[in-house]
Design a protein around this ligand. Structure first.
Ligand SMILES: [Cu+2]
Length: 156
């Protein structure tokens, strides 16, 4: 009889462990938002998202109190012309990682609600399928024109 009482307790502990593991599976490093000229209606954000979990993770949406709307974009180069395509979700394989960088996958941050300059910090809420949400604080960084990877695709 005692065994039957103990088993549910063990299952509950196991379940909590799995939930805790899923919560901390994504690790964001090197996040940054490119400083834009005052009055710009859209900014771009980049980061490296690693999945340290044993299951693939799917980012379904990203939001911020400082922006009206955030889209995930992929950059496609066709016939030497770069073009951005919105994606609905971003999947990260177990033990895999996704690099968001200029010229590749990136976040488009639309309609800033305040002026953002170098040194400012923006909170991004990364929504995962399965209701988990991760808040990341992202610094605004000024980038020299010479380092501007986005424009390399337009050189002829
Ligand atoms: Cu874009």
């Amino acid at each position: 009889m005692k065994q039957k009482i103990i088993v549910p307790g063990i299952l509950l502990v196991l379940l909590y462990s799995l939930i805790a593991a899923a919560d901390s599976a994504l690790k964001v490093t090197d996040p940054w938002i490119r400083e834009a000229p005052p009055g710009a209606n859209v900014l771009a954000a980049y980061m490296v998202i690693a999945n340290q979990g044993i299951q693939s993770a799917t980012i379904t949406a990203i939001a911020s109190p400082d922006f009206e709307r955030i889209e995930m974009h992929r950059t496609l180069v066709e016939d030497g012309v770069a073009r951005m395509v919105p994606v609905d979700s971003l999947q990260i394989a177990a033990a895999g990682r996704v690099v968001l960088e200029p010229g590749g996958i990136h976040l488009m941050l639309y309609s800033p609600k305040r002026l953002l300059r170098e040194g400012d910090s923006v909170a991004l809420d990364i929504q995962l399928s399965g209701a988990a949400c991760i808040r990341v604080n992202v610094p605004v960084v000024k980038m020299d024109a010479g380092d501007d990877d986005d424009h390399q695709h337009h050189h002829h």
